[in-house]
Design a protein around this ligand. Structure first.
Ligand SMILES: [Zn+2]
Length: 359
């Protein structure tokens, strides 16, 4: 196949993708529960909720929806317009949409400029009320990244964000050394937030195997809310003394208290927290410190207070389970099952900290 044929084929595939994305949104529009969508498609809950918002926007933006159905506009560009028009009422959003018959010819940056212009045109006096609505969605987000890094993003009032950014750059400009510009920016940001030279006082829970702590193996350690880190970093943090517990499956499993009491004793709670480390619902990585330890089979229905029947659940999943629409079981084989209201079953196994030894 020559370059020309491959190029034409590429456009055909791109159109099929766009049209399939339209079909996907139509399905998302019919499903009520974002948790089901997240599990079905193996996407984070936030992404599932966004799919539903995008699906709901098909009605507000009928011209763009038609372009997507015909394979002429992809979901990324549809999303650009949806975001830029989300603070308009439906009638004004439709007026913007009606002027976008040529949207297929624009890339996402051109579309951003054009839609910005149209929003000012159809809603010239609405800037303040759009801003008030947008401010309500302000937030700071944390996303784990590989190699011991993370991304902190803030959605802020533009003037405040610009002031912070200018301040960071001004501080970084006073540093005269051979670090990269980005490294200097990051350092002054951390200094401003946590105070220069002061020790970090946030408690870090690190789970690391005894063998790794002793230097016998190099299994990765696990930091709540961060993820896996290499053995050296895990040892270093554990050595700082602000960690809580060192346990692996082979060490000191506490004994359950069966039906004698509802509240698990502290040793049992600690064991469950170190064993599971995150919420037990499939796909959820909320750290155990933000979860409650809960009975898989409710105590009132005969569930026992032991390590098999206990697991951490974040507020969202605890609520889904308690109102009974989702069911959770942990079998004797250690395999956990999460059964959704639509009857789909998802399995998850407890995550090991120590790598299994040689057979
Ligand atoms: Zn959860």
């Amino acid at each position: 196949m020559g370059q020309r044929e491959i190029a034409e084929r590429m456009v055909e595939v791109w159109k099929r993708l766009a049209s399939a994305e339209f079909d996907l949104l139509c399905c998302a529009a019919e499903l009520d529960d974002p948790h089901e969508i997240a599990l079905l498609l193996r996407i984070p809950l936030g992404r599932a909720r966004r799919l539903q918002e995008q699906a709901a926007a098909l009605d507000r933006l009928p011209v763009l929806a038609g372009l997507m159905r015909d394979g002429l506009l992809d979901l990324d560009r549809f999303e650009v317009v949806r975001k830029l028009t989300e603070n308009l009422d439906s009638a004004k959003a439709r007026r913007v949409d009606a002027r976008l018959v040529g949207a297929a010819e624009l890339n996402s940056k051109e579309l951003t400029v054009e839609v910005g212009r149209l929003v000012c045109l159809v809603d010239p006096l609405g800037e303040e009320s759009r801003h008030v609505k947008a401010v309500r969605r302000s937030e700071v987000r944390y996303v784990s990244k590989p190699d011991g890094m993370a991304e902190l993003t803030a959605y802020l009032d533009a003037v405040q964000a610009r002031s912070i950014f200018d301040q960071i750059n001004a501080d970084a400009g006073t540093l005269d050394d051979d670090r990269s510009w980005g490294e200097k920016q990051a350092d002054v940001f951390v200094d401003r937030m946590l105070g220069s030279g002061r020790p970090v006082t946030v408690r870090t829970d690190v789970t690391v195997s005894v063998q790794t702590l002793l230097g016998l193996t190099a299994d990765p350690g696990y930091i709540a809310g961060v993820g896996y880190v290499d053995a050296n970093l895990a040892r270093e943090i554990a050595g700082q003394g602000d960690w809580r517990k060192v346990l692996t499956d082979e060490v000191g499993m506490p004994i359950g208290v069966g039906r004698k009491r509802y509240r698990p004793p502290k040793a049992l709670r600690d064991f469950v927290m170190v064993r599971d480390r995150v919420c037990q619902a499939p796909g959820c990585l909320r750290p155990v410190a933000e979860c409650q330890i809960d009975h898989a089979r409710g105590f009132a229905s005969g569930g026992e207070t032991d390590e098999r029947n206990l697991g951490p659940f974040c507020d969202v999943h605890h609520c889904l389970k308690t109102i009974g629409r989702y069911r959770f079981t942990r079998g004797a084989d250690g395999i956990q099952r999460w059964i959704t209201p639509l009857g789909f079953e998802y399995k998850a196994r407890a995550r090991a900290i120590a790598e299994p030894g040689p057979p």
